[in-house]
Write a protein that binds this ligand. Structure first.
Ligand SMILES: C[S@@+](CC[C@H](N)C(=O)[O-])C[C@H]1O[C@@H](n2cnc3c(N)ncnc32)[C@H](O)[C@@H]1O
Length: 223
């Protein structure tokens, strides 16, 4: 498989080797329980209505906490991630569930999702914020194109208040691992073809690192 951001891949492969508890201490708390913001936004906006016939794309699925969440609501789910370890963890976790499909994909490759069809909901929790400038456009296009007209996109990305941002810059790099922060307005500009439906701003989602996130629910207009 071709990979663009090799230092990111190395970071995540290392992270996924650790047992959950050790990983949380070293890397932060982004595994196992779904993000409260995502769960609230999904329920409040009734995305779960009729979900037995709906498909969710979990982009950068990690350990599969949001796969689990969307399955619990009835969606069939496709989880994609570029780390072999993450796909392995999810394959074991959902081995008995025929409504979960997993695929190892680098989401910065052009047309990476083309073969998977379109989705009613796509969820990106802290993936866009690790994509470097050179690959950003391809990633945004892949995610945008995967949402069907009338479907939804949920983004949860670092807020600009995250500690340690470089002066005057909206990103930082720690040991080759890239973090970019976004305001809600910036997210809307990037996904300009979508309409803002709901948002949760500056929510502390990683208590270990004190990282705050903005979650937005966007809708792709019907054609
Ligand atoms: C911060 S973790 C979040 C994991 C998951 N979304 C969650 O909510 O727990 C970011 C995830 O995105 C994946 N990822 C980062 N860049 C990617 C890329 N270019 N293609 C596919 N997955 C990627 C990482 O392997 C990792 O699993």
């Amino acid at each position: 498989m071709r990979i663009n951001q090799k230092s990111e891949l190395a970071f995540y492969e290392r992270a996924f080797k650790h047992h959950k508890d050790r990983r949380e201490r070293r890397y932060g708390s982004w595994e196992y329980t779904p993000s409260k913001s995502v769960a609230e936004i999904v329920r409040k906006n009734k995305l779960n209505v009729g979900s037995k016939d709906k498909r969710e794309l979990d982009a950068g699925c990690g350990d599969g906490r949001h796969i689990q969440f969307f399955r619990s609501l009835g969606f069939s789910v496709v989880g994609v991630d570029f780390t072999a370890n993450s796909i392995k963890v999810c394959q074991a976790r959902f081995s008995r569930d025929k409504s979960v499909r997993l695929k190892r994909i680098d989401l910065t490759q052009r047309r990476a999702l083309k073969a998977l069809g379109m989705f009613d909901v796509a969820n990106d929790w802290s993936v866009l914020d690790h994509i470097r400038g050179k690959y950003f456009k391809a990633y945004v296009k892949n995610i945008s194109d995967a949402v069907r007209p009338g479907g939804f996109l949920i983004l949860s990305e670092f807020d600009r208040s995250i500690p340690g941002l470089y002066k005057g810059r909206n990103y930082k790099i720690i040991k080759g691992h890239y973090f970019r922060a976004f305001s809600v307005d910036e997210l809307l500009k990037i996904f300009k073809d979508f309409i803002l439906v709901d948002k949760k701003e500056r929510v502390l989602e990683d208590k270990i690192n004190k990282y705050r996130f903005n979650t937005v629910l966007l809708k792709k207009p019907e054609k």
